[in-house]
Design a protein around this ligand. Structure first.
Ligand SMILES: Nc1ncnc2c1ncn2[C@@H]1O[C@H](COP(=O)(O)OP(=O)(O)O)[C@@H](O)[C@H]1O
Ligand SMILES: [Mg+2]
Length: 373
């Protein structure tokens, strides 16, 4: 059972063996996840991987095919036993990507809606609405209609509506992706600060690794309806568990090889070009003789004209420059290592890293992630 904490003001969520079928399409493929009371968790994955479906299943806006969900000490879903607690009894607030405000209602009545629906005493309504409007930074626009508001203001109203009934869980489905970049950044910070003040358990759906890393304490990476990695942002970004996660969080160079040998601190990989490189063994389940992949971000890959004596901090591979491309502030230098195309990114106004056809040494950080293929 998920735990209640803080006198029941926030709830944990425990999901076990959750499966969701749409016809024969398995959209959630046995999801199990423990969310601590007061946590800020991001569900991260590409479009179509099942993030919204998972959130809607927690909210009670979709039913499950198999599995259980507990919110606090209450079992709200047990699909195989036909248990299904309706959304308004789950004590949660939800904000969608499309603000989903009622256009014919004033801002005040939009925010009031959950209070009516959940039967809060009428005498409390005004005070609650005023307090939550202040919390989310809404100016005095309570009597306007949503069509008279900017996108950012509409999203603040949606957030106020989600918070007004003091939910124990806040579910956010890409709530910022329709806003322009500056406002999005500001609201990311504000949402995180709000969480830190109020401590409401928060689950954020996003396809944006930067947003997930900036806002959440724990990132849950989802691929095709299955959880592939759970961890703090630093772990997900620096120690992706496999090629899918690595690619999704921005690793764009991959080198294939075979594990030659390994001990507790180092792993030797024989690359397809025949070179053997020694990297840090970061304990990701590698075994001698198995195929493995090294992942490197292009901004962490550098080029040098001459080889250096062996270094602790990087390994070197001989390569040839295949092309150079300017990308605004950045410059990408493409190199060929034994038939594998790699790219090194640096600032466009830095001295060139090499010109087409020149021989270079590619430097790869020794702490680069290596995973089983
Ligand atoms: N009501 C539905 N009926 C049939 N298929 C659906 C329905 N809702 C979502 N899907 C499918 O489920 C998969 C996951 O969708 P969704 O949860 O919206 O993904 P995400 O939010 O990660 O983009 C997609 O293949 C989508 O087409
Ligand atoms: Mg979605």
């Amino acid at each position: 059972m998920a735990i209640e904490s803080d006198g029941g003001r926030r709830s944990g969520i425990t999901i076990a063996g959750l499966v969701k079928l749409y016809g024969s399409l398995k959209v959630l493929n046995g999801i199990s996840l423990d969310i601590e009371p007061g946590a800020f968790v991001a569900l991260l994955g590409p479009s179509g991987c099942g993030k919204t479906t998972l959130l809607r299943t927690i909210a009670g806006l979709a039913d499950a095919s198999h599995g259980t969900i507990d919110i606090g000490d209450r079992r709200v879903v047990d699909a195989d036993k036909g248990v299904f607690v309706p959304p308004q009894q789950r004590r949660l607030g939800m904000v969608f990507q499309h603000y989903a405000l009622w256009p014919h209602m004033t801002v005040r009545n939009n925010i009031c809606f959950p209070l009516r629906k959940q039967g809060f005493p009428r005498a409390e309504w005004d005070a609650r609405i005023m307090a939550v409007a202040e919390t989310v930074g809404l100016p005095t626009i309570l009597d306007r209609s949503p069509s008279q508001l900017s996108g950012g203001q509409q999203q603040r109203v949606a957030l106020a509506r989600a918070l007004v009934s003091e939910p124990k869980v806040l579910l956010l489905d890409e709530p910022l992706s329709n806003l322009d970049a500056n406002l999005r950044d500001q609201l990311r910070r504000e949402l995180r600060q709000l969480h830190d003040r109020q401590g409401t358990t928060t689950v954020l759906v996003t396809h944006d690794q930067h947003e997930a890393a900036m806002m959440a304490d724990t990132i849950v990476v989802i691929e095709s309806g299955s959880i592939v990695q759970v961890g703090p942002p630093g772990d997900i970004l620096d120690r992706p568990a496999n090629r899918f996660v690595a690619g999704f969080v921005g690793y764009d160079n991959f080198l294939a090889g075979v594990v030659e040998q390994l001990d507790g601190s180092a792993v030797q990989i024989r690359l397809s070009g025949g070179d053997v490189v020694t990297l840090r063994n970061r304990g990701s389940g590698l075994k001698a003789g198995q195929p493995a992949t090294i992942a490197v971000r292009s901004e962490q890959l550098s080029l040098a004209g001459a080889s250096q004596a062996p270094q602790e901090s990087f390994v070197e591979l001989p390569a040839r420059v295949a092309g150079v491309q300017g990308l605004g502030r950045w410059r990408e230098t493409y190199v060929d290592y034994a038939g594998t195309k790699l790219s090194a990114r640096d600032l466009a106004d830095a001295p060139p890293q090499g010109e087409q056809g020149s021989k270079v040494f590619v430097r790869i950080p020794s702490h680069s992630p290596v995973f089983v293929d």
